[in-house]
Write a protein that binds this ligand. Structure first.
Ligand code: ADP
Length: 574
């Protein structure tokens, strides 16, 4: 039993407790996990929008190239070089300024003396196109090429304009405080390299300027050596980007999206009614890239406290689940231990039963053998003694028969094969005849048997033999547990449709707390070693099962003044 309990503890209880403890520990990380899951999903939203913006810019790049080709096809080239600014802005409103430069970086148009914007453009870019290295954000696919006299400086990291509240570990996203977009210092000719088109961004007086350039492909002698370009009109570009600021309906309840410029000012919103407390502190954000340096797609939680609540809810439900599982496991273990205990107890009782029955068989057999040998040898001359020996042999044979019947009946009941032949009969008459055949044995053992039966018949529906067997078992117990007070009474009590056949003794009585258990198979309330009383622990079990098969029961009560009263309760028949 101890060994089994230890195995159970080692194999089930301990691992369950460890698992429970680990699960409870993991509950604490619940909020973090939830935040992590949501941030991965929302980061995906931000990344995809940033990608859409980049694609839009690439579209604009292609549009610009086509526009240049159209203008070249339509207009005289030398005229176009002079008029490019006006012509381009008329056809392609996204251009703030249109410009033309030669291969060696000479700005051919617009003229320094044309409109103010064009003039400013020239002042800003003349030196950049021809010879100066400046800080640029550059998106061409080609690496920067070092010119003979200029070193290309490597890009340097810069602070991001926003600081997302949720930062994923490296590898999952590029969030963090440092921007993935850094400026390089280079000349315009370096940037162009051998590319046919490109886009470059730079900050002038803290204002972003985005330049597109295009080198015509199939062109004539003049335009082959020219590069056409445009400075983008950012407010118009923003107006075009605004349509992209949308959130899928599945997320619309939870998040809002904004496009932020390099100063973290919102320029496009998915929901104009939603205003976060701080634009610079989105939940997650994604940088758009070098074309729009330090511009970000930012995702804001509509209700930041909601995640806390969800985490709390998940933690509580998981907590309850773990707690419930631990209770179920504990209950299961307790139940298994209890069943094991019962099984072991039954196994022990069965072993006891075998030794008890063997002993019970041996005792009458010894007497029978001894007295029959004496009689057989003809050594007993006294007729009284011979009569007495014959009575003992008869009584012991009856005891033996009773025991064997009990064991066989028990086995039949266990297999569900016990058959009854019920008939209407007089219970008083069955009691009377059974006791009369048992009386000589009792009286020879010094017992007084008082029987109180009514004159009128007590009609019951019963199997006479089974009823007699129950009565004999009870009387035999009254005899066995008499403890020297050899008084046995049998009486019947009829009331409310039932008949009780009571067997009363003045013996040792049933020990406290064993009143129910004495009806269990093999259970013996008195220790056979100390009491010296033999038995199989089956008598009352059988008696109860037979009584119940009759629709009645066996009832035990302690008797006033000491002793026991066992009643066979039967239903009265009319
Ligand atoms: P057993 O063969 O041990 O007598 P039973 O099933 O007849 O088996 O009885 C079960 C137990 O109930 C007995 O071992 C005894 O402890 C208790 N018992 C039965 N009858 C009496 C009685 N008349 N007085 C005291 N104890 C009794």
């Amino acid at each position: 039993m101890k060994k089994l309990a230890l195995i159970l503890i080692a194999a089930v209880v301990a691992p369950s407790l460890i698992l429970g403890a680990l699960a409870i520990r993991s509950l604490r990380d619940q909020r973090f996990l939830l935040e992590r899951q949501q941030s991965i999903v929302y980061q995906g939203v931000a990344d995809s929008l940033a990608k859409q913006i980049k694609s839009k810019l690439e579209e604009k790049q292609v549009e610009f190239g086509n526009e240049v080709q159209t203008l070249l096809a339509r207009t005289n080239e030398s005229q176009l070089v002079n008029n490019f600014d006006d012509a381009l802005r008329t056809d392609w409103p996204l251009a703030a300024v249109g410009f033309v430069i030669s291969q060696d970086g000479q700005l051919l148009s617009p003229s320094l003396f044309s409109r103010p914007d064009a003039r400013q453009f020239r002042l800003d870019n003349d030196r950049f196109f021809c010879c100066d290295s400046v800080e640029v954000y550059w998106t061409a696919n080609m690496p920067l090429q070092a010119t003979t006299n200029q070193e290309v400086l490597t890009t340097k990291s810069e602070q991001r304009s926003v600081a997302p509240t949720c930062v994923l570990p490296a590898g999952l996203n590029t969030n963090g405080t440092l921007s993935k977009v850094g400026p390089a210092t280079a000349e315009f000719v370096q940037l162009m390299g051998t590319s046919n088109e490109g886009m470059v961004a730079r900050f002038l007086r803290n204002q972003l300027k985005v330049l597109l350039w295009y080198r015509p492909t199939a062109a004539n002698a003049i335009s082959k050596n020219l590069i056409f370009g445009a400075e983008l009109d950012l407010p118009k570009l923003i107006a075009e980007l605004r349509v992209l600021a949308k959130v899928e309906p599945t997320f619309a309840q939870d998040i809002s999206v904004a496009f932020l410029d390099d100063t973290a000012r919102p320029i496009a919103l998915s929901d104009t009614n939603f205003l976060p407390r701080n634009w610079k502190r989105p939940f997650v954000a994604s940088e758009i890239g070098e074309a729009l340096p330090h511009w970000e797609v930012a995702v804001y939680l509509r209700d930041p406290a909601k995640m806390g609540h969800s985490a709390q809810l998940a933690t509580t439900s998981l907590g309850f689940l773990i707690f419930g599982l631990l209770i179920v496991i504990s209950f299961g273990c307790w139940f298994v231990v209890r069943c094991l205990g019962k099984e072991l107890e039954l196994a022990r009782q069965k072993t006891d039963f075998v030794s008890n029955v063997s002993h019970e068989l041996k005792t009458p057999l010894t007497s029978i053998r001894m007295f029959s040998e004496l009689l057989n040898d003809g050594k007993v001359d006294d007729p009284k003694k011979r009569q007495s020996y014959l009575s003992i042999i008869t009584a012991e044979t009856a005891r033996l028969t009773r025991l064997i019947n009990n064991v066989l009946d028990f086995a039949r009941m266990e297999r569900g094969e016990k058959k009854y032949s019920f008939e209407k009969c007089d219970a008083a008459e069955v009691v009377r005849s059974t006791l009369e055949s048992y009386r000589p044995h009792l009286e020879s053992a010094g017992f007084s048997l008082r029987v109180q039966l009514p004159e009128n018949p007590l009609i019951v529906r019963a199997d006479r033999d089974a009823l007699a067997q129950v009565l004999v078992n009870l009387v035999s117990n009254a005899e066995k547990y008499s403890n020297g007070t050899k008084e046995i009474e049998v009486a019947t009590v009829a009331s409310n449709g039932t008949i009780d056949i009571e067997v009363l003794d003045r013996g040792v009585g049933v020990p406290d707390g064993c009143e129910e258990r004495i009806f269990e198979q093999f259970y013996r309330a008195h220790d056979p070693m100390s009491s010296g009383i033999q038995g199989s622990g089956l008598g009352l079990t059988l008696a109860q099962q037979i009584a119940r098969a009759h629709g009645g029961d066996i009832i035990y009560r302690r008797r006033d003044g000491g002793g026991s009263c066992f009643s066979i309760r039967l239903t009265k028949q009319s």
